[in-house]
Design a protein around this ligand. Structure first.
Ligand code: ARG
Length: 295
């Protein structure tokens, strides 16, 4: 933890502490929308690659200014969705569980990310089951929240549990606009607080989940921020938090206010061009959790 800045005064009285992050990103040099694998993608609509790169650069610069480390993987021509690095794997304690994409168009990204992890010294686990990495797996405290319904399979939830030896909670997504878990849940504070105090908290869009999943979320995270459909629909939840600073879409006005009330510091970054591919801030960000001792 290198940054111990405290939050501004806030009505919750909570003092938010920023934690250091290490992320993997991919510059969208080959970004375009040439196929449709989610309802946001319309190949007939023109895309502006230079604009995508500029917006992406703002996100990159924001992370760096906050003191986070950002690693880059080289973009590959013909893989326009590679900018959404969250889907490239799921990394905890220096172990990278590889992705196995649902749709043919993205299948080659799986090995490309695994090569990168291997070359950078991560222990790579080749997946047997279809899963789209941190798009559908979110670490909250010691627990992995795992999404299914559109992309990652239920079998991958079992596999990810075996790989990391952690509790996995399966959640079912029901709205095709929110096809990855990271479009419907934001992990605001992923750490288990000192002295066993559980500070782990999330924000979520209730309407994106089936009834059973909603009940689990309500029971497990009674203090969660529930965002409005309006904020969810502009990918407000597809955001990145370091425990204090939360990078969100400027369109998610209500969520921005909710975050401030709780003592978080929302930072607005517009990735409108990347939304044409059905992705936002979190989609462009993969967390690299190293072994405590190694890095
Ligand atoms: N076009 C990409 C796809 O449909 C977008 C991925 C968004 N990534 C995410 N983590 N939600 O696969």
């Amino acid at each position: 933890m290198h940054n111990t800045a405290t939050g501004p005064s806030n009505t919750s009285g909570a003092e938010r502490i920023a934690q250091h992050r290490r992320y993997l990103m991919c510059r969208p040099e080959h970004f375009t929308v040439s196929y449709t694998i989610n309802p946001w993608m319309e190949p007939a609509k023109p895309t502006d690659t230079a604009k995508a790169v500029r917006q992406w650069q703002t996100l990159y610069d924001t992370y760096v200014e906050l003191g986070h480390e950002v690693e880059l993987i080289d973009p590959i021509e013909g893989l326009p969705d590679m900018v959404y690095t969250a889907n490239g794997g799921f990394v905890i304690d220096g172990v990278a569980y590889g992705a196995k994409f649902r749709f043919q168009e993205r299948v080659p990204e799986g090995p490309a990310f695994m090569d990168w992890f291997g070359n950078r010294g991560f222990d790579v686990v080749d997946p047997r089951e279809v899963n789209e990495g941190e798009g559908d797996f979110l670490l909250v405290g010691d627990t992995i929240l795992a999404g299914t319904g559109f992309r990652s399979t239920g079998d991958s939830h079992r596999e990810v549990g075996e790989v990391f030896g952690r509790e996995v909670i399966s959640l079912t997504l029901i709205d095709p606009r929110f096809y990855h878990l990271d479009t419907a849940i934001a992990v605001l504070d992923p750490v288990q607080g000192p002295g066993g105090v559980d500070h782990a908290n999330i924000a979520y869009l209730p309407g994106a989940f089936d009834e059973a999943s909603r009940a689990i979320l309500a029971e497990r995270y009674p203090d969660a921020i529930r965002v409005s459909d309006e904020d969810g629909s502009v990918f407000g939840l597809n955001s990145a938090s370091d425990g204090r600073n939360v990078i969100i879409s400027p369109r998610a006005k209500g969520f921005e206010a909710q975050l401030r009330e709780r003592g978080y510091n929302p930072i607005l970054v517009d990735l409108s061009e990347l939304l044409l591919g059905g992705g936002g801030i979190k989609c462009c960000t993969l967390e690299l959790r190293s072994k405590e001792t190694s890095v």
